[in-house]
Ligand binder design. Structure first.
Ligand SMILES: C[S@@+](CC[C@H](N)C(=O)[O-])C[C@H]1O[C@@H](n2cnc3c(N)ncnc32)[C@H](O)[C@@H]1O
Length: 317
């Protein structure tokens, strides 16, 4: 692992962020703060809609890259050298491979959509997880990708076309009122969030981090979460994910849903070979209910991956 800057991460991070996470992580907080300056391994995913894993392994070998299969994810590889060649390759241009962080693949693995299910991606742009959902569904069934931002929606249309997605309908609605007269078997809510877990992209943002922003996102996430749950069929499943460390946007949101809906229950998420993913048990003087422990947290300092939170919820039959 390469440290990006001085191990004294503290100068790069807002004091309010340090003050917030120090009591949460206790003696692990120093390593956590340092990890926010690490370069994390780059990862790619085979777009199984357009290419076989075998052909992409051959391409990686021919590009003289060092690569390694990711144990807990199918069709995904860590690439530790020559990444630039891969990111500028024809294979990437043509949508045979996707460049996305390993953590960002986990919500789709957790949702595990099947061929012929009716699936909603409620806040979908730029569409990386939508492409993965279509892969799981073998481009069959109905996949709806919704996005409220018009510019991002237009870019997503091109991204999905390039990646060979053909079972997807795009909608342009506010997710808190989304309605197309359908109920869904599976819903992904990869929520808008304060994004501090995307550490390779956001180290500069950590300087301007603010609790006010966290609370603003929390309000939106609560509304999106409850509405997403209402859009499920009985027996349907919802995955909630964020790329932020803040409990207000993670465990709090799952707890809020469990408190609001008596027919909501969490489901454990199984990922082979990934340990130490338990969520927080308490925060700010509140103990979360036992059900919240089914959720999963990815930390850069423990997993050498971008920060992510994933919770899976089932609606009773
Ligand atoms: C975290 S990003 C989704 C990333 C996407 N799942 C992917 O993997 O490519 C969240 C998206 O939600 C959109 N968004 C924010 N507020 C929304 C709302 N009220 N309704 C629908 N989409 C919203 C944002 O514009 C952003 O594109």
């Amino acid at each position: 692992m390469v440290i990006r800057v001085s191990p004294n991460a503290q100068g790069l991070i807002a004091k309010s962020f340090l003050k917030k996470f120090e009591p949460i992580l206790g003696k692990e907080s120093k390593t956590f703060f340092e990890s926010l300056t690490w370069f994390l391994p780059k990862t790619i995913r085979v777009n199984t809609l357009k290419a076989s894993e075998q052909s992409i392994v051959r391409f990686l070998q021919n590009s003289n890259s060092k690569f390694e299969k990711i144990e807990f994810l199918d069709h995904a590889f860590f690439v530790s050298s020559n990444f630039e060649v891969i990111s500028k390759s024809l294979e990437h241009e043509l949508g045979l491979i996707q460049i996305m962080s390993a953590s960002a693949m986990i919500p789709v693995i957790a949702l595990d959509p099947k061929v012929n299910e009716t699936v909603l991606d409620l806040t979908a742009a730029p569409g990386n997880k939508t492409i993965m959902l279509a892969q799981f569904m073998g481009n069959q069934g109905l996949l709806i990708a919704n996005e409220s931002d018009e510019v991002r929606l237009k870019r997503m249309r091109i991204h999905l076309l390039k990646n060979g997605v053909t079972n997807c309908l795009l909608t342009h609605q506010d997710g808190i009122q989304f309605d197309v007269g359908l109920k869904f078997d599976k819903i992904l809510l990869d929520a808008p969030c304060s994004s501090d877990g995307e550490i390779n992209k956001t180290i500069n943002q950590l300087k301007d981090w603010s609790q006010e922003k966290v609370i603003k996102f929390q309000e939106l996430q609560k509304q999106l979460m409850v509405h997403a749950f209402d859009l499920l069929k009985p027996g349907g499943e919802l995955v909630y994910s964020t790329c932020t460390f803040s409990p207000e946007e993670n465990e709090d949101i799952v707890q809020f849903l469990l408190d609001s809906k008596k027919d909501a229950h969490t489901v454990s998420i199984k990922l082979k070979g990934l340990k130490g993913t338990l969520p927080l048990e308490q925060y700010n003087g509140k103990r979360y209910s036992f059900e919240v422990r089914n959720c999963l947290r990815i930390w850069p300092y423990k997993h050498n991956l971008e920060g992510f939170f994933v919770g899976k919820i089932k609606k009773s039959e």
